[in-house]
Design a protein around this ligand. Structure first.
Ligand code: NAD
Length: 281
């Protein structure tokens, strides 16, 4: 494997592109427009510069890593990719159309992986003529720092695709777990209801943002409180996962908190919008 394509140059896509380039792979980072893709590329450079300032990386290595990432505004740039990780927004129809296009553009041997947090791998695979080569490769945020990759096999994912994906995750320095296909897989099936419940606690006026987060940090030894973590993930993404759990599992315990919907409607999406449960500057 030489060339990895990443679709979506947001917080996850740029992180995935960075760790792939750090592992010596050539990366093509694609977003809706060239400008969006270049913004993702700049985010990688900024992150690498910080590593250099902290003395964790040589500046020549940082330059070489950044030099392995090419930005593009079109999926056609993935015509030579050996492996593609899709990290576009958490919306079923959007991801489905990306997979249809990728299937027509990428070489027949290429694996098409999705970083989806909750959407069915089998449904995305069904949009292609290579369902055996479609798989879930779910990175955690922030990608360069977090060790885990959850791997999710769709109904038709082949043993070879799983083996290639696991080997790639290991090459990127990650530990893997294998999850059966079900909404939210392992991590988000457990995590998202907890974040949603924290938002209900806030909405019901039981405690302030600061006290909810302090309670869970100090009381359950979590490194971050649930509201700060929801801001980090992105409230639009949290809502999309919540809606997927609710719809697919049909249990009202997964219903999204109305306050979460209002924040998303207001564009208060968390850190990426500089405003969520907290403000960021
Ligand atoms: P984000 O909003 O930061 O980035 C999404 C990017 O996709 C944006 O740059 C957007 O311009 C781009 N995009 C939109 N439409 C596109 C298209 N048609 N083609 C190519 N690019 C397009 O979102 P994110 O947090 O990086 O999440 C991306 C995916 O990763 C989602 O499926 C999400 O569920 C998943 N994920 C997120 C987290 C998290 O903590 N945020 C963790 C694991 C997985």
């Amino acid at each position: 494997m030489q060339t990895v394509g990443v679709v979506g140059a947001g917080q996850m896509g740029s992180g995935i592109a960075q760790v792939a380039a750090q592992a010596g792979l050539t990366v093509v980072l694609v977003d809706r427009s060239e400008d969006d893709a270049v913004r993702g590329q700049q985010r990688i450079k900024k992150h690498l510069d910080r590593q250099v300032q902290k003395g964790r990386l040589d500046s020549s290595d940082a330059q070489a890593i950044a030099g392995r990432v090419r930005a593009s505004g079109t999926l056609e740039a993935l015509s030579g990719a050996d492996y593609v990780v899709e990290a576009a927004p958490e919306a079923h129809e959007l991801k489905r159309s990306v997979f249809v296009e990728l299937d027509g553009i990428t070489p027949a041997h290429a694996v098409l992986a999705t970083n989806t947090s909750s959407i069915s791998i089998t449904a995305l695979a069904a949009a292609t003529k290579r369902p055996g080569k479609v798989i879930g490769m779910h990175f955690m945020n922030p990608v360069p720092a977090m060790k885990l990759v959850e791997i999710i096999r769709g109904l038709q994912t082949s043993d070879e695709t799983y083996a290639v994906t696991r080997a790639l995750a290991e090459r990127l320095g990650k530990d893997t777990v294998l999850a059966k296909e079900a909404p939210g897989f392992i991590v988000n099936r457990i995590l998202i209801p907890m974040l949603n419940e924290a938002i209900f606690v806030l909405e019901n006026g039981l405690a302030s943002e600061q006290d909810i987060d302090a309670a869970m940090k100090l009381g359950t030894n979590q490194p971050m409180g649930p509201l700060a973590l929801a801001d980090l993930i992105g409230l639009d993404t949290v809502l999309a996962i919540c809606e997927c759990l609710h719809k697919e599992l049909g249990d009202d315990k997964y219903r999204p908190a109305p306050l979460l919907r209002r924040y998303v409607a207001a564009g208060w999406l968390g850190r990426k919008a500089e405003r969520g449960f907290y403000t960021y500057g």
